[in-house]
Design a protein around this ligand. Sequence first.
Ligand code: HEC
Ligand code: HEC
Length: 317
Amino acid sequence: MISRVVFVFLLPPAAVFAAEAVTPREAIGWKLFFDPILSKPQNTSCATCHIPEKGYESGTPLGKGAYGDVLPRQAPTVVNLGAAEYFFWDGRAASLEEQAKGPIENPIEMDLSHAEAAQRLNADKTYRQAFAKAGVKAIGIDDIAGAIAAFERKLTTGPALYDAWLAGDRSVFNASQERGRMIFFTRGQCATCHIGRNFTDGDFHNVGTGTAADPGRSAVSGDDYDLGAFKTPSLRNWKTREPFMHDGRFATLDEVLEFYNEPREGALGETELDPLGMTPEELADIKAFLETLNGDWPDLAPFAKAWKTLLTGGEAP
Ligand code: HEC
Ligand code: HEC
């Protein structure tokens, strides 16, 4: 009982975190993330592909751009990326700022040149007023990407059951979750790559999912060592982020676990996985453990409120 009380003080619920003051830049970033103004035909926003209800992913194997073109990869989530060093499945962007500029001008995603994006926002009275409150007089692409990145850095998921366990309350896990935790960190070898606060080493690995059409990291690094390697995704809040993998090939977590149990032969490059030979009960235990990584999604209400305050000039109630 006592440890539970301590836990409540150490890790307040997500809503408490999110209620921290939202800066003008973050509020603008929130608005831009949901605004189709950043796409040439004004029909696609970041949130068209990164849908909050789908864990900021698309809910489909491959997303579609402003003109209906099917994208070559699945949209990854944009939460819990504050500490990431590489962005995109192949790590070709080095910051959230750099990343955000990509989809805006990508001809099959939003198809708006950076100059035109800046021009549109400078011509928009509401954005001009909002950016002025953030100290920006002439809006440029760096201000746009900077605001979106500032918003994204605020997108962290709230404490999950696993965090209560980490904080010292061993009683929160049932027997299956505890067995699953042991397998995850030992025999299952999952923590070789899915490690740290967000269950990712932020690095690139070959788990046998590369194809000739999409060799992953090697196309960026030019190094054969990286053939078939993709960025390790976070396992926090996996629920609602289905389907899984860079190409959305697995519709459910069960399919992912079966794959790890018997990795495919003949993958591009050299897979780092060994067959696990787990029983169905052991796979169910891993799944039970992974369930404990699901916490609250970020509360967006404070951003909406801060945006309103920016425009009215008043203080948030
Ligand atoms: C048409 C769909 C689409 C739109 C619109 C879109 N994205 Fe994405 N996003 C993707 C896909 C697909 C990827 C993965 C591409 C890759 O790895 O090559 C991605 C990757 C990302 C990543 C990298 C995440 C990581 O873990 O590396 C971030 C961050 C992101 N998008 C943010 C944004 C922002 C901000 C916008 C709006 C300016 C945006 N996206 C617009 C589909 C989209
Ligand atoms: C050698 C490194 C490595 C090991 C070991 C590993 N993973 Fe992964 N994991 C990855 C990479 C890389 C991806 C992304 C592959 C892709 O997109 O094609 C991934 C993807 C996933 C996904 C899909 C997440 C998403 O957002 O699409 C889940 C779930 C997952 N791994 C769970 C596990 C579990 C459970 C284990 C242990 C049984 C495990 N992984 C072992 C590197 C690893």
